[in-house]
Every structure is written in structure tokens, then in C-alpha cells.
Design a binder for this molecule. Structure first.
Ligand code: ZN
Length: 80
């Protein structure tokens, strides 16, 4: 048995078991692969690449250090 992660055109991901790689093609041709969330039959194998297009590494703005009350932990504390 092979577990494939499938994806519909609405970017829903779900998992489906197949007996072999030909079973996937057979079920797809027969229209048996349906997204459980939206009923879409345009389903394909999802590419296993986590975090594609979902990066949360946006840089955090540095804490303001120019104010008298916000400079306690700054490396320049006491120097400005
Ligand atoms: Zn869907």
C-alpha cells in the first residue's frame, strides 16, 4: 500500500491509500479521486515541499531605541 498526499485545485490537501502507483492512475481516470472538502475532481499528487509560499520569516521590526523609556535592554544603554 502507498499513501499519497493529494491536492485539489483549491489547495486542499488530503491523504489517500493506493495499492500501487497504477492504482492511483486507475482511480484518477475513473473519477474516484475527489477532494473531501470541496468535491473537486481535479486532484493531483501534492509535492512534498513544506513551507512553500508560506514563509513566516518576515523580519520583525527592531524595537525602537530612541526613546528614553525604551532603551533599557539596548546594547547602547547609557550611551545615548
Ligand atoms: Zn478541495
Amino acid at each position: 500500500m502507498i499513501l499519497y498526499t493529494l491536492r485539489c485545485t483549491h489547495d486542499h490537501h488530503f491523504e489517500e491509500w493506493f495499492s500501487n502507483s497504477g492504482d492511483y492512475d486507475a482511480k484518477k481516470d475513473a473519477g474516484e479521486l475527489v477532494c473531501p472538502e470541496c468535491g473537486d475532481k481535479e486532484v493531483g499528487k501534492a509535492i512534498m515541499a513544506p513551507n512553500v509560499g508560506k514563509s513566516k520569516s518576515a523580519p520583525q521590526p527592531s524595537p525602537a531605541c530612541g526613546t528614553p523609556m525604551g532603551c533599557g535592554g539596548c546594547a547602547f544603554a547609557g550611551q545615548h
